[in-house]
Design a binder for this molecule. Structure first.
Ligand code: ADP
Ligand code: MG
Length: 473
C-alpha cells in the first residue's frame, strides 16, 4: 500500500489529473513480494492502455521505489468470454504483451466517478470551454420528413422503435446500408432527433466517420487519445455515418472497437451506416464486422414510384412550391434509382424555370431530364423480383405473400426469396420482411431448398432459369 501510494504520488506529478483519475485511481495494489509489485487493473483494455502509454513512467517509478531489481506485475480482471460467467483474473508481468494477446476478450473501461463532465470535447476548439455536446443533427432530416415506403419500412420502423427506447431494444446496433442517396444519413439523423425530442437529457451525437478519423488523428498528435475515447464513451446515442471509411484504418478501428464495446455493454444505442452490408465491407477487422451484425442490419431499397412521388411532394410542400401534378409524376417516373438525384432534378428544374423565366411544364422537365440523367442504371429490387415470379406463375402478389402452404405457392415464394438473395444486396431479414413478413430463418431455408431443387429436379431448374432470364430483361 505504502509503496504504491509513493508510486502514485510520483505518477500524479507527471501526468494530467484527468488521465491520472482515469487510469491510475482504479488500480488496486495487491501484493509485494520478492520485489515484485502486483497491481490489479479492471480489464484487459486497461492493461493494454497502461502498457502502451504509461509503461515508461511506470518503470521509472518502480525503479525509484524498489530499486533496479523491482518488477511490476498486473493482475487483470477479465470478462468471461461468454459474458455470462463471472470475471476472472490473469496475471501478466509488465511489458510482456505477447503473453496476452487475445483481443476478443479486451473489454473497454468503465468511466464512473462522475468525471464525465470534465472530458474534453473533440468538437470544440481547444481553449473555448464548452462541455455540452452539440449533437450535429440536421433538423430537416426528421422522421416527419422521411417518407415511408416498402423500400425502407424495416429500417424505418426499427429506427423508430430504437429512438423510442434507445439501447433497450434488440436493435442495437442498427446497421443501415444501401447505395448512395437512398436515405441512410437522413434516417440516422431522424433517430437522433426523435431521441432528443423524447429524452432531452440524453447525449446524442451524429458524427461522420471522416470526422471521427480526423479527431482521432488530432487526439494522437496531442497525446490525448484517452480523452478522445472517454468523450465517445459517454455518449448515450451514437450515430456514426459511412463506417466503410474506417476500412484500412487499423488503429482507429481498434479505438472504435473499444468505444463500441463500452457503449453496447452499457446499453447505449449505436446507429451505424454503410454503403455495403457488413459481410461485404473490406478492410475492417472481423471482430468489428461481427459486432455490426449483433443488432439489426437493414438495407434501404430503391423507392417505388409512389414513394418517389410522395418524396417529391413532401419536398415541394416543405419549400412552399407548386408544380403541375403531371410534371411531378414525370420526374418520379424518370428518376428511379436515387432519391438525391430525384431531389437534384427537382431543384434543377426550378432553377431552369426561374433562370429562363419559363413556366414549369412537362416539356421543360423533359429537356432537363435529357440533360440531367444520362446513365442511371436500373437496379433490381425485391418488389420487381416478386412481380416477375408472380407473372411467371400467374399468381397474385398477396396470394404469394400469404400464409398458405399450397405447394406451388410455397415454391413461388421460395423462388422469389432465392432470387432476391441472389440479385439484390438485401439482408435475409429484409427479404423475409418483403416476402410476407417472414423471418430470416425462413428465407435461409428457402434459399437452401431452391438450391437443392435446382440441382435435383429438372423441371424446377427450367422454371428457375426462365425466371432468372425474365429478371434480367
Ligand atoms: P444516403 O445517406 O443513403 O446517401 P441521404 O440520407 O443523404 O442518402 O439521402 C439523400 C437525400 O434524399 C436527402 O436529401 C434525403 O432527405 C432524401 N431522402 C432519402 N430518402 C428519403 C425518404 N424516404 N423520404 C424523404 N426524403 C428522403
Ligand atoms: Mg449518407
Amino acid at each position: 500500500m505504502e509503496v504504491w501510494n509513493n508510486c502514485l504520488s510520483i505518477i500524479k506529478d507527471n501526468i494530467n489529473s484527468q488521465s491520472f483519475k482515469t487510469w491510475f485511481s482504479p488500480i488496486q495494489p495487491i501484493k509485494l513480494s520478492d520485489n515484485v509489485l502486483t497491481i490489479q487493473v479492471p480489464s484487459q483494455f486497461f492493461y493494454e492502455w497502461l502498457e502502451e502509454h504509461y509503461i515508461g513512467l511506470l518503470k521509472k517509478t518502480i525503479k525509484h521505489e524498489l530499486g533496479s531489481s523491482g518488477r511490476l506485475e498486473y493482475s487483470i480482471i477479465m470478462e468471461s468470454a461468454s459474458g455470462s460467467g463471472s470475471p476472472y483474473t490473469v496475471k501478466v508481468p509488465a511489458s510482456n504483451k505477447g503473453a496476452l494477446n487475445n483481443p476478443s476478450v479486451a473489454m473497454p473501461i468503465d468511466i464512473n466517478n462522475g468525471g464525465a463532465k470534465e472530458i474534453p470535447n473533440p468538437f470544440v476548439i481547444p481553449g473555448l470551454k464548452k462541455i455540452k455536446v452539440h449533437s450535429q443533427l440536421n433538423e430537416s432530416y426528421s422522421f416527419e420528413n422521411f417518407i415511408e415506403g416498402d423500400c425502407n419500412r424495416l429500417a424505418r420502423s426499427a429506427g423508430y422503435a430504437a429512438a423510442n427506447n434507445p439501447g433497450k431494444t434488440s436493435f442495437n446496433p442498427i446497421f443501415l446500408y444501401s447505395a448512395n442517396g437512398l436515405g441512410k444519413t437522413h434516417l440516422a439523423h431522424a433517430i437522433g432527433i426523435e431521441v432528443k425530442n423524447r429524452f432531452p437529457d440524453k447525449t446524442v451525437l451524429y458524427v461522420t466517420t471522416e470526422q471521427f478519423l480526423q479527431q482521432y488523428v488530432e487526439a494522437s498528435k496531442n497525446k490525448n487519445q484517452n480523452d478522445f475515447i472517454h468523450f465517445y464513451q459517454m455518449i448515450d446515442v451514437l450515430l456514426i455515418d459511412d463506417i466503410q471509411f474506417l476500412s484500412g484504418k487499423e488503429k482507429t478501428q481498434e479505438i472504435f472497437f473499444h468505444i463500441f464495446n463500452h457503449l453496447h455493454q452499457n446499453n447505449n444505442q449505436l446507429v451505424i451506416t454503410s454503403d455495403k452490408a457488413p459481410a461485404e465491407i473490406k478492410g475492417i477487422e472481423p471482430r468489428l464486422l461481427s459486432r455490426f451484425k449483433w443488432g439489426l442490419a437493414a438495407d434501404l431499397q430503391v423507392p417505388d414510384f409512389d414513394t418517389r412521388l410522395a418524396i417529391l411532394k413532401k419536398r415541394l410542400y416543405k419549400d412552399g412550391i407548386e408544380m403541375p401534378e403531371e410534371v411531378i409524376e414525370y420526374l418520379a417516373f424518370s428518376i428511379t434509382t436515387n432519391v438525391r438525384e430525384l431531389e437534384g432534378a427537382l431543384i434543377s428544374l426550378m432553377a431552369q424555370s426561374s433562370l429562363n423565366r419559363k413556366a414549369i411544364t412537362i416539356e421543360l422537365a423533359r429537356q432537363m431530364i435529357d440533360k440531367f440523367i444520362k446513365n442511371t442504371t436500373k437496379e433490381v429490387s425485391i418488389d420487381y423480383i416478386q412481380k416477375v415470379v408472380c407473372d411467371f406463375f400467374s399468381i397474385e402478389l398477396d396470394v404469394m405473400n400469404s400464409k398458405t402452404r399450397k405447394r406451388e405457392i410455397v415454391q413461388a415464394r421460395q423462388l422469389a426469396m432465392y432470387f432476391a438473395k441472389k440479385h439484390t444486396k438485401s439482408s435475409l431479414a429484409t427479404i423475409g420482411f418483403h416476402c410476407g413478413n417472414k423471418d430470416h430463418a425462413t428465407v435461409l431455408h428457402a434459399c437452401r431448398t431452391v438450391t437443392n431443387l435446382i440441382e435435383t429436379d429438372k423441371k424446377f431448374r427450367n422454371y428457375a432459369e426462365e425466371i432468372e432470364k425474365n429478371i434480367k430483361i
